[in-house]
Ligand binder design. Structure first.
Ligand code: GLU
Length: 419
């Protein structure tokens, strides 16, 4: 199979980026072998009685890519098209993401093949609790700490926390992050990924001397990442000219009122036909001329087939893996300033880290403190990556991978191999 045939397999994207950075780093071949392979993969089959009495067996995964720098960390995804390769790629991205922002975690990811859109809350609860029970021995505050991802949310984390705690016979809040505030969640966690996107984008605007009031932003995805990024960017004075969702896109050259767009979506179930903007083609919206494009929906949005049509100055990757590996050189050629996913969307896991710290201390911070510390870490990481890119003459994505791989490799060398 040629690289192109495989372009949409996220594992291929992850491996291609890893290999490029490992080569640029002149990484020891043995260490490269370790880091190319996950440390543990668990598959479980989850029998669940549906509301109509039928029994269905769902497949669930948890992949721990690395535990060298600390517990595995990363979300759990519920989607009908989850694959083991996708979870492997996402797990390795978590390792690099945590290393880029320098938090003491490895990387992991979970997934359950199911369609949350057609399952009831009770069915989802049963799936989640049985998944957790099956994973009892591999998750834990010191082992592997799940969090929300696509298709999962605070409620899912509450069920995991409760199930884990029931088995342990005492409350263990730090087993998951992204919990509701009243169950040991952190202030600012819900907005954290979007807020992190804002902080790195503001740094990039400064670098190019673009006034934030002049910055035209296009956001793809209006879920937890895209919705919050759009809201916070608009609040910061930027003009969010278009929002793209799976069922359409809206446009307003003067900037959309994001709060009103959110209310419209709650009311009608969709962003289309928003009175404060016009409906435009969702495909064309991605190619609008803009200062900032934030793909915050899903993987494989910018590919070798359409990268040449992107007309953004800055690409802030809110989603994991929105750009395929063969699209990278096309964006580079066009001079698009890419803030790669493992940096741009690291705000979520950074505040997950704050949540875990707060849970373990039993001492909770106010929102300002959370946001200030998040800003400090995102800005420092942005500067680290950009200066590393300048120093080594590589693009930002390769720089972020190099920085991250170097940190993890250093830890592995120091620890040595246990035989
Ligand atoms: N699922 C999020 C991510 O991809 C958050 C992970 C976490 O907080 O552990 O970064």
């Amino acid at each position: 199979m040629s690289a192109h045939d495989d372009e949409l397999n996220p594992l291929q994207a992850a491996e291609a980026r890893f290999d490029l950075a490992a080569e640029a780093l002149d990484l020891d071949a043995g260490i490269a072998k370790i880091l190319r392979t996950p440390s543990r993969e668990v598959t479980v089959y989850i029998p669940v009685e549906l509301d109509d009495g039928r029994i269905e067996v769902f497949t669930g995964y948890r992949v721990q890519h690395s535990i060298a720098r600390g517990p595995a960390k990363g979300g759990i995804r519920y989607a009908p098209d989850v694959t083991l390769d996708e979870v492997r790629a996402l797990a390795s991205w978590m390792t690099w993401k945590c290393a880029v922002v320098n938090i003491p975690y490895g990387g992991g990811k979970g997934g359950v093949i199911c369609d949350p859109a057609i399952l009831s809350q009770r069915e989802l609860e049963r799936i989640t609790r049985r998944y957790t029970a099956e994973m009892m021995d591999v998750i834990g505050p010191e082992l592997d700490v799940p969090a929300p991802d696509m298709g999962t949310n605070q409620q899912t984390m509450a069920w995991i926390m409760d199930t884990y705690s029931m088995h342990k016979r005492h409350t263990v809040t730090a087993v998951v992050t992204g919990k509701p505030l009243d169950l040991g969640g952190s202030r600012g966690r819900t907005e954290a990924t979007g807020r992190g996107c804002l902080f790195v984008t503001l740094e990039a605007l400064k670098k190019f001397g673009i006034e934030r009031e002049q910055a035209r932003v296009v956001v793809q995805g209006f879920g937890n990442v895209g919705g919050q990024a759009a809201r916070l960017m608009a609040q910061a004075g930027m003009k969010v000219v278009s929002v793209i969702e799976w069922d359409g896109a809206v446009y307003n050259a003067g900037g959309l009122d994001i709060e009103k767009l959110m209310a419209h979506r709650v009311e009608t179930g969709s962003i289309v036909d928003f009175p404060g903007g016009e409906n435009i083609d969702k495909e064309e919206a991605l190619y609008l001329e803009c200062d900032v494009l934030v793909p915050a929906a899903k993987e494989n949005v910018i590919t070798s087939g359409n990268a040449h049509r992107i007309r953004a100055r800055i690409l802030t990757e809110g989603a994991n893996g929105p750009t395929t590996a063969p699209a990278d050189p096309v964006l580079k050629e066009k001079g698009v300033f890419v803030i790669p996913d493992i940096l741009a969307n690291a705000g979520g896991v950074t505040v997950s880290y704050f949540e875990w710290v707060q849970d373990r201390q039993g001492y909770f911070w106010n929102e300002q403190l959370v946001n200030d510390r998040l800003e400090e870490m995102m800005v420092a990481s942005f500067r680290d990556v950009v200066s590393y890119a300048g120093k080594h003459g590589v693009d930002n994505r390769t720089a972020a991978y190099m920085l991250a791989i170097d940190r993890v490799a250093f830890t592995i060398k120091l620890r040595g191999l246990y035989a």
